[in-house]
Design a protein around this ligand. Structure first.
Ligand SMILES: Cc1cc2nc3c(=O)[nH]c(=O)nc-3n(C[C@H](O)[C@H](O)[C@H](O)COP(=O)(O)OP(=O)(O)OC[C@H]3O[C@@H](n4cnc5c(N)ncnc54)[C@H](O)[C@@H]3O)c2cc1C
Length: 445
């Protein structure tokens, strides 16, 4: 029997194990450090509120749809309410609704009129290759004008919790560069893609989905097919002849023909120290940013329009460590008790890493203050809960693409070794679920 060792039972490890174990000639062993599978996907229920630690929802990408179909759990999926298409951005102390189309954009106050006109002028900006490590800020300035960079910064912090001037365009948003290359203009290309989606009947699909019990429904579904060994932290990885050997903290050794390492890059760097020092150095160079989630619950204020929709993101120059807020109970039913609202305020990121160590009261006060001042929420909360995630989101900073090329070259020297997970090519959950290409077993042997 061909044995595949998977280290880490987060979404990447579980999905990888699920797909590989469909081949009856393959035995898959999943080793997980913590006492539960799921990694950053954790749905915690408290006092009738559903607090998601990681993803609040997932975009139903092709990989996600293929996986849920293979798992047979499509009927457990819950679409987001249509109102989540409403999004807000906080600038200069107030919330402005994000316009939904170019017409609305021109009349909105989301940025100054000259900046809006310049942004629409993107249609006529000649396509020119940016630097290979062009930052997201430089890309936005090149295509849409400098006036759009703060808005892009707010949107980027909602995905990467990162700095728009540090993140690398080709690694963080490769699809945008493809669109620019194909159509000569991002706006033109996006309009073309939207039209094609409509023609395929895809525009009526929900933009986000969750599971009936919360995002950990995905973990439960995967664990119906894959049985990870929890509380089995890998401590060292070695090679003995053609076999991979993983030494656990308990001293036990597990061996296999292939090794799929899905832990975050900084942990992979520690584990692979004996295998390849150059690879280890590259992996250790991928930074990550912390997130502090503060969940606030209160009576639902049905008359407050600012608290309807997906939530708000703040311009990175606002004087707060708050990145934004998801209106969790507006996205899906059942995430708050009847008559209540649940808000998930996120703080920290690459710009405010110090918030990770701030006092509990300081963090809670900052979260509540942002919700009250931007969303005009009532200043009384009957539910407050905080979760701190030290190395939450990998940062694809400038040079990440070149680093990935070096990592690929090092990995290619070690037959049977695979690196997967969100440290490398896609931070979102949906990016971790694709069907892996099985390695050529003859090549591995
Ligand atoms: C605050 C936050 C919000 C997010 N929001 C969204 C969102 O809205 N939409 C979206 O698509 N994505 C979101 N994500 C990203 C999503 O959670 C990740 O893409 C996904 O969890 C990555 O999966 P993974 O398996 O690569 O890593 P992880 O989830 O980090 O899993 C890695 C696993 O490896 C285990 N491990 C670590 N060390 C060892 C060891 N030595 N031995 C064995 N096992 C080990 C860990 O315990 C863990 O279970 C969010 C993430 C965070 C943190």
């Amino acid at each position: 029997m061909h044995r595949v060792l998977v280290i880490g039972a987060g979404p990447a490890g579980l999905a990888h194990a699920f797909w590989r174990s469909r081949d009856p000639r393959t035995e898959v062993v999943v080793l997980e450090a913590s006492d539960r599978p799921g990694g950053n996907v954790l749905s915690e229920r408290r006092d009738g509120y559903l607090c998601e630690w990681g993803p609040q929802a997932v975009r139903p990408t092709a990989a996600f749809e293929e996986l849920t179909a293979a798992l047979g759990v499509e009927d457990l999926l819950v679409p987001s309410r249509p109102s989540v298409s409403r999004r807000w951005v906080g600038r200069r102390g107030r919330l402005i609704e994000m316009p939904s189309g170019p017409g609305g954009f021109l009349t909105s106050g989301v940025v100054s009129l000259p900046s809006r006109l310049r942004a629409i002028g993107e249609l006529f900006v000649r396509s020119s290759e940016g630097a290979v490590d062009e930052s997201v800020a430089d890309f936005v300035a090149r295509r849409f004008g400098k006036g759009m960079v703060p808005l892009a910064g707010a949107m980027v912090s909602g995905i990467f919790a990162g700095k728009v001037e540090d993140l690398e365009m080709r690694s963080a948003f490769p699809a945008m560069l493809d669109i620019e290359r194909e159509s000569g203009s991002v706006l033109k290309g996006m309009a073309k893609r939207a039209k094609a989606r409509k023609a395929r009947g895809e525009s009526s699909k929900p933009s986000l989905v969750t599971f009936d019990r919360g995002m950990d429904g995905l973990v439960a579904a995967l664990c119906g097919h894959v049985a990870p060994r929890c509380e089995a932290p890998a401590q060292r990885i070695g090679r003995e002849g053609s076999r991979w050997v993983v030494e656990l903290a308990s001293g036990e050794r597990v061996d296999g023909d292939e090794l799929v390492v899905t832990v975050p890059a900084w942990i992979a760097a520690e584990l692979l120290g004996d295998v390849d020092a150059d690879l280890t150095a590259e992996l250790a160079g991928i930074p990550s940013a912390p997130i502090v989630n503060v969940y606030l619950g209160q009576d639902r204020d049905a008359g407050n329009d600012r608290l309807r929709g997906f939530g708000f993101l703040l311009d990175q120059s606002e004087a707060t460590a708050v990145l934004g807020t998801i209106y969790a109970s507006e996205l899906f039913d059942g995430h708050a008790p009847d008559g209540k609202s649940l808000f998930r305020v996120m703080l920290g990121g690459a710009r405010h890493p110090g918030v990770l160590d701030a006092d509990e009261q300081v963090v809670r006060d900052a979260a509540a203050a942002a919700l009250v001042s931007y969303g005009r929420a009532a200043d009384e909360f009957d539910f407050v809960h905080t979760v701190r995630i030290p190395r939450a989101i990998p940062q694809y900073v400038r040079g990440h693409g070149a680093r990935m090329e070096r990592i690929d070259a090092r990995v290619a020297r070690h037959p049977g070794l695979v690196l997967a997970g969100n440290s490398y090519r896609g931070v979102a959950l949906g990016d971790q679920l694709g069907r892996p290409t099985p390695l050529d077993v003859a090549e591995v042997a």
